[in-house]
Design a protein around this ligand. Structure first.
Ligand code: TPP
Ligand code: MG
Length: 355
């Protein structure tokens, strides 16, 4: 199956363009755009981890290593398309136009960070695994009924393919030819469970066969390969040809979340050693160097500008008024059930002024 679903790679880890037919798409402007966007994600992500360690936000989900798959896919979308991210895809949300301080508000446990974006159709992160797949199918079908050619993208991990919602979302999308891209990031782990223990399929892309849709396997550390695969999938979907399953093979460099210790279940030192070789941002640096287009000043200025942007966002985050404890109960259902009402009364009644 690995032969049938061969890995699409355009730029190799040493920064060489290996798929010559795409060479003309690889302009300096495009490389720098991807570089900027991935660097923004990395700086934001590292700050997120630091804020958690400092006790300034709650549990945080890092995505370091997955910048190329999140940026390449998000930048393939059109403004009006729908994005259904998981908790790990706030990088994709940021690349699609999400605001840094709103993303951080989410990790601070604030309802303001979970409101759908008014500017872009970015749904709040799905924490219950795979539940966003049927949602994405529904949104895509609604666009067809409305007569638009807008599409949806559903993000999900390798572990999510073991959920019923994965089947239901893809099956219905296939039957109704819904314009949705099922974008899997196979980072090899569902928390501590390696993908080999999760499934007997050699690839995730091959699961497309069962639904009668195309499946594509890409090097998720290659932003150009991801961008091309998602762009082509979206174009096809807009023409009414139905959904596609894309598997982006990526590395999760660090822990599952800030509440996890990966050294308990994998050889973390080996991954730390590999990072330099496989890194998606270094790949673009090497690509620019190979073209004699690397500009150290530009790289430094880019970093400085992003750091300032992230600092501003942290200030915005911390300038928000203290959260209202009632938020915890008020946004579970449109109309609260009696159980939620009772919980709210119990907590707010008992806690008195301690809030
Ligand atoms: C329905 C459901 N079951 C279990 C969990 C607990 N859980 C949280 S993350 C996770 C692993 C998901 O792995 P994967 O889909 O590969 O995504 P990744 O975290 O690697 O991005 C699990 C099982 C959950 N959030 N929702
Ligand atoms: Mg995973």
């Amino acid at each position: 199956m690995k032969e049938q679903f061969a890995l699409l790679r355009i730029v190799d880890p040493s920064g060489n363009v290996i798929e010559k037919k795409y060479a003309s798409d690889i302009t300096t402007e495009q490389i720098k755009k991807f570089y900027y966007q991935m660097m923004q994600l990395r700086i934001y992500d590292r700050r997120g981890k630091a804020l958690q360690r400092q006790g300034r936000i709650g549990t945080y989900v890092p995505f370091e290593g997955q910048e190329a798959s999140q940026v390449g896919s998000a930048l393939a979308l059109r403004n009006e398309d729908w994005m259904f991210p998981t908790y790990r895809d706030h990088g994709a949300a940021l690349a699609f136009g999400g605001e840094i301080h709103r993303l951080l508000l989410y990790w601070a446990g604030r309802v303001e960070g979970a409101l759908p974006s008014l500017e872009k159709r970015i749904l709040p992160a799905s924490v219950p695994i795979a539940t966003q797949l049927p949602h994405a199918t529904g949104a895509a079908m609604a666009e067809v009924y409305k007569g638009t050619d807008n599409a949806a993208i559903a993000y999900f991990g390798d572990g999510a393919t073991s959920e019923g919602d994965f089947h239901e979302g893809i099956n219905i999308a296939s039957v109704f030819k819904a314009p949705v891209v099922f974008f899997n990031q196979n980072n090899g782990y569902a928390i501590s469970v390696p993908v080999e223990k999760q499934m007997n399929s050699e690839t995730i892309a091959q699961k497309s066969v069962a639904y009668g849709i195309p499946g594509v396997r890409v090097d998720g550390m290659d932003v150009f390969a991801v961008h091309l695969a998602v762009k082509e999938a979206l174009e096809r979907a807009r023409l009414g040809k139905g959904p596609i399953l894309i598997e982006a093979v990526v590395w999760r460099y660090g822990a599952h979340t800030t509440a996890d210790d990966p050294t308990k279940y994998r050889d973390q030192a080996k991954i730390d050693e590999l990072r330099d070789e496989i890194d998606p941002i270094l790949r673009l640096e090497r690509l620019l160097k190979n073209r004699d287009e690397w500009d150290e000043n530009w790289a430094q200025e880019t970093k400085t500008a992003i750091e300032a942007e992230v600092n501003d966002a942290v200030e915005q985050l911390e300038a928000f008024d203290a959260p209202d404890p009632a938020d915890m109960f008020d946004h579970v259902f449109e109309q609260p059930t009696w159980t939620i009402k009772e919980q709210k009364e119990t907590l707010l009644g008992r806690s008195g002024s301690s809030w």
